[in-house]
Design a binder for this molecule. Structure first.
Ligand code: NAD
Ligand code: LMR
Length: 337
């Protein structure tokens, strides 16, 4: 029996993400939690004739912790898209004041009700909310580094799409799986086009085109925020991306081997390859890198990719590291104050 809980299930990401999960035959129970509108979303999804059971959980008031406890009890995977999205002119860090408290409250719920679940954090700013979850789980004595994932998959999805758009005659987006490392905001996002299948296509671009492509991946979120013009940020592409990571984890849990995904993780963690990775990123405790998944979660950090990158990518990495350090510190300080 596999139970997946979505926290923030009535939101722009939560609804399509829950729909995708409802269609996955590996999910037996889908628990939807939100502070508004979730009974309607649950009733709607529950009419779909897939085999999983859908239940929705709405707290009676701000003090009510029982709804969250019920949603989380027995959960194997918890996905968190709860929190406010950006409006034009805002950075992801501008969301910190509201989303940090939301995420900490939900992480406490995970610690108390399903400490062994895989936690996938979508809420922004990811560079800070992941450290908040980690610190909260540590405080409760239930932290397992293999089980906490910062969701950066949308950056990979965008990197694949954007390079394919430059070669419409020769390539399709599904031809690629670009490693995007670092963090999830602006210049902390570092797509590694010079490694793997994209290398030859990337090389053929002019320097100007290369720079524009990197910038488009780094600021892809802004493209959507501006197009939505005050009505939020990426939701459908994010639901797809979050689902992709969840699906990969579910496949690994079922015993499939060799599955690799990029995720923002704690490198100060004893996971195979994490200490080596940490040295290569200037001692940072958190970074997004490709990881191999297993039944237990993150099995191994594929740090060797850092040896293969170009000089230009090394320069991007330097900028990313400087910015990430502050974002991570902010999350850790918030959780421990
Ligand atoms: P949204 O406002 O449409 O939905 C958020 C939902 O969270 C709402 O339904 C709200 O009621 C709910 N919520 C608020 N507080 C809650 C709590 N304490 N418990 C449970 N639910 C709660 O926003 P959205 O567009 O779905 O975006 C959600 C978050 O995801 C934002 O922070 C956004 O920046 C982030 N995001 C991250 C990525 C990424 O790549 N990691 C991509 C897109 C968006
Ligand atoms: C994204 O990359 O689309 C998300 O992080 C949402 C945002 O604020 O841009």
């Amino acid at each position: 029996m596999v139970k997946v809980a979505v926290l923030g299930a009535a939101g722009g990401i939560g609804q399509p993400l829950s729909l995708l999960l409802k269609l996955n035959p590996q999910v037996d129970e889908l628990a939807l939690f939100d502070v508004v509108n979730v009974p309607g979303v649950g009733a709607d999804l529950s009419h779909i004739n897939s085999d999983s059971k859908t239940e929705s959980f709405l707290p009676a008031d701000r003090e009510d912790k029982t709804a969250l406890a019920k949603a989380l009890t027995g959960a194997d995977v918890v996905i968190i898209p709860a929190g406010v999205p950006r409006k034009p002119g805002m950075t992801r860090d501008d969301l910190f004041n509201i989303n940090a408290s939301i995420v900490r409250g939900l992480a406490e719920g995970i610690a108390e009700n399903c400490p062994k679940a895989f936690s996938l954090i979508i809420s922004n700013p990811v560079n800070s909310t992941v450290p908040i979850v980690v610190e909260t789980l540590k405080q409760k004595g239930v932290y397992d580094p293999k089980r906490v994932f910062g969701v950066t998959t949308l950056d990979i999805v965008r990197a694949n799409t954007f390079i394919a758009q430059l070669y419409p005659e020769e390539t399709k987006p599904t031809d690629f799986n670009v490693n995007v490392i670092g963090g999830h905001s602006g210049e902390t996002i570092v797509p590694l086009y010079s490694v793997g299948k994209t290398a030859d296509y990337y090389k053929k671009l002019s320097e100007e085109q290369q720079k524009a492509l990197i910038k488009r991946v780094q600021f892809g979120g802004d493209e959507v925020v501006q197009a939505k013009n005050g009505a939020g940020s990426a939701t459908l592409s994010m639901a797809y991306a979050g689902y992709r990571l969840a699906e990969s984890i579910l496949k690994a849990v079922k015993g499939e081997s060799g599955i690799v995904e990029c995720t923002f993780l704690n490198l100060d963690s004893g996971i195979k390859g994490a200490a080596e990775a940490k040295k290569l990123v200037n001692g940072l405790d958190y970074f997004s890198l490709p990881v191999e998944l297993s039944k237990e979660g993150i099995h191994e950090v594929k740090y060797d990719i850092l040896d293969k990158i170009s000089t230009d990518e090394k320069a991007l990495l330097k900028v990313a590291i400087e910015q990430l350090e502050k974002n991570v510190e902010k999350g850790v300080a918030f959780a421990n104050k």
